[in-house]
Design a binder for this molecule. Structure first.
Ligand code: PMV
Length: 362
């Protein structure tokens, strides 16, 4: 797959009006985890995520034709209305990398205003929502200037491809409800290069499933995701893990279709614990779970046993617990969180989230 297109050059004798494009894009939570990659952000196994509704990035991209042409990427970057050089440097490097696909970026003065619906450093990963929002802005800009992405599926595919290059799991945030990233014979059309919708696999019970994020710690992770992926290369369990992920993936598809909450929970928890076991087994070994994460996990297991309620958990690459449950038991579960789980959270902090309808252009 190659999106390089040297013809996407603005005719400077007919310049576009300065304008702005704004997207709101969500985070996603993987139930089958992507952990281990090769080449340029290609996954070692297929993953499946639920698209979230309340953990969002709003991003506005302003553009105008440069008055004096040069070959640079000219970007001003504001995060919550403050200039942010660290983010700017990363985004400029990414835009440089993407210029074969979007050569017109060098012809424009660009300004990005970005902000999240959740506090920065809240322990909620923002790369999926932010990088999917950026990819959507770039594809909308291309379409606005050249009319090349009118077809919705072609637009989504390119946006997902671009998001993947910015931050692997971000490619799954483009789609409503659920997405699959990574080639598998179980999902026709699936690819390592972009995600595809998994909406058709979902029993209605999953379309408004809850995913409350219990913030055990908002500290910066001791080992980043990219370092974690890299450590999979020397991990003695890596091959067994990739095979396990494929089995879990197929089992999860069945559970999603049937609306089998018990099977869904068993697979979600197995995946989360495998992910953290792989971290423990990496050389050098590291641990991202904290005592509070384990205390919450034990309480969720006990609550499920005592009440029979189908609550389960997952974790991403961090200490925070994502509590998953269906809408019909929200009152009971929120009571359980309040009474038993918030005491293990930093400042009793939780972000209520649920499965959502995907990105929207504002
Ligand atoms: O997209 P990255 O490189 O931040 O990696 C994400 C890894 C996990 O969140 C642990 C799993 C996943 O599939 O999202």
């Amino acid at each position: 797959m190659n999106y390089d297109n040297p013809r996407l050059i603005i005719d400077s004798s007919n310049p576009p009006e300065p304008d702005r494009i704004t997207w709101r894009s969500p985070s996603n939570i993987a139930i089958i985890k992507y952990w281990g990659k090769y080449g340029d952000q290609l996954p070692r196994n297929p993953s499946l995520s639920l698209t979230l509704a309340s953990s969002l990035t709003d991003m506005a991209l302003e553009y105008s034709l440069k008055e004096t042409p040069d070959n640079t990427i000219n970007l001003d970057f504001y995060f919550h209305e403050e200039a942010n050089d660290a983010f700017k440097t990363k985004i400029v490097a990414f835009l440089e990398k993407m210029t074969p696909a979007f050569p017109f970026l060098r012809q424009l003065d660009l300004t990005i205003h970005s902000g999240n619906s959740f506090p920065h450093s809240a322990g909620i990963a923002s790369s999926a929502s932010a990088m999917s929002a950026l990819a959507l802005c770039l594809c909308s800009l291309e379409d606005k200037l050249f009319g090349t992405l009118k077809d919705g599926d072609a637009f989504d595919q390119k946006a997902s491809y671009v998001a993947r290059l910015a931050s692997g799991s971000a490619c799954r945030s483009i789609f409503p409800y659920a997405a699959v990233w990574g080639e598998t014979s179980s999902v026709p059309g699936s690819s390592n290069e972009y995600a595809v919708t998994a909406e058709d696999f979902l029993h209605p019970v999953f379309k408004n499933y809850h995913n409350d994020i219990l913030i055990v710690s908002s500290d910066e992770k001791s080992v980043s995701s990219s370092a974690g992926h890299a450590l999979m290369e020397g991990n003695p369990y890596a091959d067994a893990r990739y095979a396990e992920a494929r089995r879990n993936f197929d089992d999860l598809l069945l559970a999603l279709k049937k609306g089998d909450l018990e099977a869904f929970g068993a697979i979600a928890e197995k995946e989360a614990l495998s992910l953290h076991a792989l971290m423990t087994a990496s050389v050098p070994s590291y641990t991202l779970m904290q005592p509070g994460s384990l205390a919450i996990i034990e309480k969720i297991r006990a609550y499920r046993k005592d009440t029979g309620h189908p609550v389960c958990f997952t974790l991403d690459a961090g200490p925070n617990i994502h509590l998953l449950y269906p809408e019909d038991i929200i009152a009971e579960v929120r009571g359980f969180i309040e009474e038993e789980l918030l005491e293990h959270c930093e400042d009793r902090h939780m972000q209520q989230d649920w499965v959502g309808e995907g990105p929207e252009e504002l």
